[in-house]
Write a protein that binds this ligand. Structure first.
Ligand SMILES: CC(C)(COP(=O)(O)OP(=O)(O)OC[C@H]1O[C@@H](n2cnc3c(N)ncnc32)[C@H](O)[C@@H]1OP(=O)(O)O)[C@@H](O)C(=O)NCCC(=O)NCCS
Length: 145
């Protein structure tokens, strides 16, 4: 059974492996670990002791920023991402947020379908936002909560 819990420091290595496996341009290990240290909120989805996915977000006043979400390839399309998203929305509301904001690569169709399923709407496109090895535009999306 899949369960959501707060990410613990001891979960970081395993969660970072998921980031490396799933993100075409993964956060550096330093960024990943420091995100935890600066107090971004992070949740993990586990089956038993195994982490199958994580979500990282930051609530500033009335806005919750979804910074990262990933689910192990073999666990995708089995509800883990939805559980993480629902928990994140619940926690963001509890902290006073009225909106969730995110940026997604325009070529990341699966993620865009996933966000649309949660009724996120597209607000804008930032052309050439992502540079480096995998250049892409960023789609800015939001959801009133
Ligand atoms: C986006 C992601 C987190 C979704 O997690 P997930 O556990 O697969 O999501 P769920 O199983 O809860 O899927 C919920 C819905 O999202 C959509 N969806 C998810 N994966 C999809 C895919 N591969 N193709 C099409 N639709 C998909 C479907 O509408 C699905 O509903 P359905 O199962 O009733 O069809 C996951 O695909 C992932 O980790 N991707 C790689 C990392 C990434 O791109 N992160 C986003 C960065 S902005």
């Amino acid at each position: 059974m899949l369960k959501i819990s707060l990410m613990d420091q001891s979960d970081l290595e395993e969660a970072f492996k998921i980031e490396e496996q799933t993100n075409p341009s993964p956060w550096s290990k330093e960024n990943f670990f420091s995100s935890f240290d600066v107090g971004h909120k992070s949740l993990v989805c586990k089956t038993g002791k195994e982490i199958v996915g994580f979500i990282i977000f930051s609530v500033v006043k009335k806005e919750s920023h979804l910074l990262n979400i990933a689910v192990l390839k073999e666990w995708q399309k089995r509800g883990a991402g939805s559980l993480l998203m629902k928990s994140m929305i619940g926690q963001s509301k509890a902290m006073g947020a009225k909106k969730v904001l995110l940026e997604v690569r325009s070529k990341n169709n699966n993620a865009i379908i996933f966000y649309k399923k949660f009724n996120f709407i597209q607000d804008a496109v930032r052309v050439d936002y992502y540079t480096g090895k995998n250049p892409d535009d960023a789609v800015l999306m939001s959801l009133d909560i």
